[in-house]
Design a protein around this ligand. Structure first.
Ligand SMILES: Nc1ncnc2c1ncn2[C@@H]1O[C@H](COP(=O)(O)OP(=O)(O)OP(=O)(O)O)[C@@H](O)[C@H]1O
Ligand SMILES: [Mg+2]
Length: 512
């Protein structure tokens, strides 16, 4: 019998393989839907430096009993972000692999998939549609009712209304039903929002859950990092396809101007020396390069073949910064001691990245059987699949904790934030990061540095405690010894031991 061949759309692919995007079961799907929408809202605020105020409401819609597992919920996420221009709303929310983030810029969104997966999951579990209300802050608010045509991967607009926007409201509201299991997902959802607050301390997030409880994750500061900017690709990260695409859209008429205009940190001198190195004339038109030229250019762009390119410039990135990271950690973990460090920028495969590391000790941090790890990438908390993540690998196998006298049962949390124009996630569900050697090295050096500072703090703390103990022994026995010696010497007046005790306590008072 002959094999039957057919083609499927991108929407159909993710419908069949929704596990890839983290929509495996009702528990995980509810968590993933909420987080994808919150991340879209945070992006829409941060890119315009708007302090985010996000309102999430999850309400029960009945169906099967909540205690059974799968039940139907209505999810509504409202933000005060940039809003979506009305002409893009249907595709942004109804067409898989459509978005505004396919650029070299440090944002949470990467794949043009997350928000639509949430809507698609809602559609296939409830047969409902999604309502999107958005305004860019002009005179009108646009309301859409949308379904995804899965086989064609196209949005279907069921209804459309335009409202007057007298108050110049700006933002986006998404509202749809989906199957979920809040009982099982609750702890992860709350943990996700708490950690989001830790790495976005300027955001205010409110959750009203199906049981009617309100959780407010308040902002702890109104300072925000500078928004990220977009960059050109660095030669180290280019392949033949990238260069061919640039050539087909370029206006440049010479290779010299092409190199200078389309590549990250390539100036006139670097372009001249590179073209000479490859043996291509400066005034040759990029459109006239043949296939051999292209392959040769890409080969020569590799770091081992040409040393003249400057490393990627990290000024396009938007790390949190030591002050904000410390604020976030203090706000959520309430530790006794915290130290943070922003590592120097580095790069992997032509993508700049910065690792920020923190270590927090004591206070409200619970002790466990191993040190707690909080992982973040582009200001997103990563909660699942910790065992496969590069940070866990470094913590478990590359740090000599004994050297810092840090045992695994101490109340310690390690915080790792990686930001990059391209985070090397291992899946589209964005849960864990691949072990690129350059990233691994920065994490390792960062942890060593903060662990050293914590170890210092702990040994100081131990010596202060010893000292306190010593003084308490002195203050107990010294008056007795004084009395005993006075009696023994046949004297009447017991000497005053207070000044002596005070001088012994000097160390204690100067350290506290
Ligand atoms: N709340 C929002 N405010 C403004 N624009 C939004 C909002 N939500 C989504 N968008 C727009 O819709 C696009 C698609 O969102 P979606 O979550 O599907 O993909 P993405 O965020 O680009 O990538 P990822 O799959 O990694 O999340 C975004 O690129 C953005 O332009
Ligand atoms: Mg998204």
């Amino acid at each position: 019998m002959a094999e039957r061949f057919s083609e499927i759309s991108a929407a159909d692919f993710f419908y069949r393989n929704r596990d890839l995007a983290g929509f495996n079961n009702p528990t995980r799907a509810l968590y993933a839907a909420l987080r994808e929408l919150v991340e879209n809202s945070l992006d829409a605020c941060e890119l315009y430096k708007i302090p985010p105020k996000i309102y999430v409401r999850l309400s029960s819609e009945g169906g099967s009993d909540e205690a059974d597992g799968g039940a139907i919920y209505r999810l509504r996420v409202a933000d005060n972000g940039s809003g979506v221009p009305p002409e893009y709303v249907p595709s942004a929310f109804g067409q898989i692999l459509f978005g505004s983030k396919y650029r070299l810029r440090q944002v949470r969104g990467t794949f043009g998939l997350g928000g639509k997966m949430a809507i698609l999951y809602g559609q296939i579990t409830t047969h409902g549609s999604a309502r999107i209300i958005s305004s860019v802050g002009d005179g009108s608010i646009h309301e859409f009712e949308i379904r995804i045509d899965i086989q064609r991967n196209k949005p279907e607009v069921l209804k459309r209304k335009i409202h007057e926007n007298r108050d110049k409201w700006r933002g986006t509201i998404i509202d749809f039903s989906l199957e979920g299991d809040y009982t099982k997902a609750m702890s992860k959802i709350l943990e996700y929002l708490r950690q989001t607050g830790m790495v976005n301390p300027y955001a205010e997030i409110t959750l009203v859950d199906p049981r009617g409880r309100l959780y407010l994750f308040e902002s702890a500061t109104n300072k925000m990092p500078e928004p990220p900017s977009e960059t050109e690709p660095h030669p180290y990260g280019c392949d033949v396809e990238t260069i061919q695409r640039m050539i087909s859209s370029t206006q440049c008429t010479t290779m010299l101007s092409f190199m200078m205009e389309h590549f990250h940190r390539v100036g006139k001198k670097t372009a001249e020396s590179f073209l000479e190195h490859v043996g291509i004339e400066e005034d040759k038109s990029p459109k006239r390069l043949n296939s051999n030229d292209l392959v040769r250019i890409v080969q020569m762009m590799k770091p081992e073949n040409f040393k003249g390119f400057l490393p990627p410039d990290p000024s396009c990135l938007s790390p949190l910064g030591e002050e904000l990271l410390e604020t976030g950690i203090r706000k959520e973990l309430h530790p006794e001691f915290v130290v943070v460090e922003q590592r120097n920028p580095s790069a992997y495969s032509g993508y700049p990245f910065i690792v920020e590391v923190g270590i927090a000790y004591g206070g409200e941090i619970p002790a466990g059987s191993s040190l707690a790890l909080y992982r973040f990438a582009n200001k997103i908390p990563l909660l699942y699949d910790e065992a496969s993540d590069v940070s866990r690998k470094v913590m478990n196998t590359e740090i000599n904790w004994g050297y810092y006298k840090i045992s695994q049962d101490l109340p310690i949390a390690v915080i790792i934030h990686i930001c990059s124009t391209k985070v090397p996630y291992k899946t589209v569900g964005k849960e864990f990061i691949a072990d690129r050697p350059e990233i691994e090295r920065e994490i390792k050096n960062g942890i060593n540095s903060v662990a050293r500072q914590l170890s210092h703090h702990l040994s100081k703390k131990i010596s202060i405690e010893h000292e306190k103990e010593r003084i308490s022994i002195f203050s107990k026995y010294l008056p007795k010894i004084a009395k005993f010696s006075t009696d023994l010497a046949g004297e009447k007046k017991v000497p005053n031991v207070e000044p002596l005790l005070r001088s012994l306590g000097r160390y204690e008072s100067s350290e506290e």
